[in-house]
Structures are given as C-alpha cells and as structure tokens.
Design a binder for this molecule. Structure first.
Ligand SMILES: C[S@@+](CC[C@H](N)C(=O)[O-])C[C@H]1O[C@@H](n2cnc3c(N)ncnc32)[C@H](O)[C@@H]1O
Length: 207
C-alpha cells in the first residue's frame, strides 16, 4: 500500500514546546478542532497525550487530508478522529452542530496558517471560532507574530520577505491586528507564550 505520510521537520522541533502549553491551556473534556493540520504530525503526537480530549484534524487541501489519514493509520489513537475537509474562509464549517458527530468542540488549535495564506483566513478563523466555541472556549494560535507592527527578530523579517515572494497577501501578522479581529468576533486575547525560534502561542477566549 502507498504511504502518503509527509514529514515537516519543524513539527518535530516545535511539538514538545507547543504540547507543554496545550496541557495547561486546553479544557478537560470535549473535542479539540485542529485547523490546517498540514502533514498530520502534530495531530498524531498531541492526541494520545491529551486524552480524554478528542482531537479532530482538518484541512482544505485534499492531498494533505490523505497525508493526515496515513499518519493516523500509522500511529492511531482511539481519541483521534478522521480528518475533515474544512476551508476556514467558508461561512459554514462541516463540524457545525447538526452535521457533526465528533462530540462538542470545546477548543480550536491552529498552527502556522494565518501568515502563509491571505488575511481572509484569519477573518474566517475568527468568525468560525465565534460560531463554534462555547462561552469560555479557547482558540490557540501558534506561529510568528509582529508586536506593535515590528518584527520580533531579524530572521522573521527575512521570513516575511520570502512569504511575500510567494504571494504578496502573505505576511507575518501583527498580534494587535489579529486581536482586534478576534475582539470583533467576541474573542478576548488572554495570553501570550513565547516559543522557541521566535514564535508564539497566542490564546483567545470566547466571552
Ligand atoms: C505551513 S502549513 C502548517 C501546517 C501545520 N499546521 C503545521 O504547523 O505544520 C499551512 C497550512 O494551512 C492550510 N490552509 C491554508 N489556507 C487554508 C484555508 N483556507 N482553510 C484551511 N486550511 C488552510 C494549508 O493547507 C496548510 O496545511
């Protein structure tokens, strides 16, 4: 059988530091919706450690959904659900109430998407979090951020030049601008955790 697993080396470097924050920031029960699961390596690493939470991977790219399926086949966990096709920019997600049998979504995790996609993905992410999360539910973002419009390291400025060469709409987002978009959707920015390699975890809570 063909093995469609993909390997993203950065996930091996960042998964332990991310996990240590997830352990203290996620709720005790329910289902964590992972937006933009990429290769699926985060999902298979986090899910077994975060029981009894369930973990719901997703992506809008069908090929990457196949990659995630194969990671799950290789490293299954009884709380790890089959990935769903989900484009954050759509006004309705397949995990919304009546259509979804994966349990109550109590948190959303998203790593490394809003800088390497158009700004509309951040708008869609916040709008979806507003629709889906319960009051007190958290949206946890991981990735690079600017602070007060400034890069936090020269390497991030270089990284942004590369992003813009891919697509001028891609950019390292400013945490104040992301927080304003969150607030517009009823989510408060409640915590910042500096991570290795000039990344951050940013936590938002639905009020
Ligand atoms: C750099 S990868 C990050 C993957 C993974 N989260 C990680 O940290 O390794 C960016 C991901 O964003 C996803 N993505 C981009 N636009 C999206 C959209 N509109 N809806 C859902 N996912 C999207 C891509 O398919 C890709 O998996």
């Amino acid at each position: 059988m063909m093995d469609r697993r993909q390997f993203a080396p950065a996930t091996e470097r960042n998964r332990e530091p991310i996990l240590s924050v997830l352990k203290t920031s996620l709720p005790d029960s329910g289902t964590v919706l992972e937006i933009a699961s990429g290769s699926g390596e985060h999902a298979v690493f986090f899910a077994p450690v975060l029981r009894p939470l369930k973990w719901q991977p997703s992506n809008y790219d069908p090929e990457q959904l196949d990659n995630v399926e194969d990671w799950i086949a290789y490293q299954p966990s009884d709380n790890l659900l089959s990935p769903v096709s989900l484009d954050v920019t759509k006004p309705h997600w397949p995990v919304e109430k009546a259509d979804y049998d994966g349990g109550a979504i109590t948190a959303i995790f998203n790593a490394n998407m809003i800088h390497i996609s158009p700004w509309q993905t951040c708008e869609g992410l916040m709008a979806g979090a507003r629709r889906i999360l319960p009051v007190g539910g958290r949206l946890i973002l991981y990735g690079p951020f600017k602070v007060n419009g400034e890069h936090t390291a020269p390497s991030n400025a270089k990284f942004e030049s590369w992003l813009k060469s891919l697509d001028p709409s891609f950019a390292v987002r400013d945490i104040e601008v992301v927080s304003a978009e969150a607030k517009h959707n009823g989510l408060e920015h409640i915590a910042t955790h500096p991570m290795p390699a000039n990344n951050y975890i940013q936590i938002f809570e639905k009020s």
